[in-house]
Design a protein around this ligand. Structure first.
Ligand SMILES: O=C(CO)COP(=O)(O)O
Length: 252
């Protein structure tokens, strides 16, 4: 059985005070009891990883894990502004998001670079959460399956059976921050496409890999999304900034 995983992606949000309040509210909520067999992760901006690691450690409900929003494909060296997987590991990051559509679009990240970043994370014992997804234009022209399959094909060719230790997040770009959530069936259909593609490579890998949905997930649509057979959790942006909303999604 694949566990259900809910990940808060704060993006470029947060400050010392609001982070402290957020972790306190979420921890207190989780201490009251959470559904069994689930995992929860928070991904703050880099400068707050140490603060959040400390806050989480002091939380008696050992539910919440820490993740980062990006990682360098390099180990070390003259790469100004980059953060390595080894550094993330030192700050207790168990997960890292790679290839988010905002990085693909605004920073020109390619499928090849994203696969290399995932390899770096794996080499340092950090689980990569690899994002894929089509734009509105690609879906409107009926190319959504072709686009997502080409993104996944690159992951399979580079990562091979190490994909078993990764998570994939299907985040249709048209659903991110727009309030236009993919219907549970539309999301399930694409998750199925991805899982079948992984099965073409290796059935074991396909049955192992958690595939999360991201894009305008809210407490009221999470229940239906998470009930789908190939949806193994969610990557939550806007709704994760409010600790009560995030908690409600974790409990959905
Ligand atoms: O990009 C996302 C998570 O990584 C989704 O963002 P929203 O939940 O704000 O649509």
């Amino acid at each position: 059985m694949r566990p259900l995983i809910v990940i808060a992606n704060w993006k470029l949000n947060g400050n010392l005070k609001s982070n402290q309040d957020w972790v306190q509210v979420v921890c207190r909520g989780m201490e009251k009891g959470m559904p069994a067999g689930r995992k929860y992760v928070v991904c703050p901006p880099f400068p707050y990883l140490a603060q959040c690691a400390d806050l989480i450690q002091n939380c008696s409900a050992a539910f919440l894990s820490l993740g980062a929003q990006d990682v360098s494909r390099h180990e070390t060296g003259a790469f100004t502004g980059e953060v390595s997987a080894a550094m993330l590991k030192e700050f207790a990051c168990a997960y890292v998001i790679v290839g988010h559509s905002e990085r693909r679009q605004m920073h020109g990240e390619s499928d090849g670079l994203i696969a290399e970043k995932a390899l770096q994370a794996l080499d340092h014992g950090v689980t990569p959460v690899i994002c894929v997804g089509e734009t509105a234009d690609e879906r409107n022209s009926g190319r959504e399956v072709e686009i997502v399959r080409s993104q996944v094909a690159k992951l399979v060719s580079v990562l091979q059976d190490r994909l078993a230790d990764c998570l994939i997040a299907y985040e249709p770009v048209w659903a991110i921050g727009t309030g236009k959530v993919a219907s549970a069936q539309v999301a399930q259909d694409m998750h199925r496409v991805i899982r079948l593609q992984l099965a073409e490579f290796d059935e074991d890998v396909a049955s192992h890999v958690g595939i999360l949905y991201g894009g305008s997930v809210k407490p009221d649509n999470a229940v239906e999304l998470f009930a789908m057979p190939d949806i193994d959790g969610g990557l939550i942006g806007g709704a994760s900034l409010d600790p009560q909303e995030f908690l409600a999604i974790c409990q959905a």
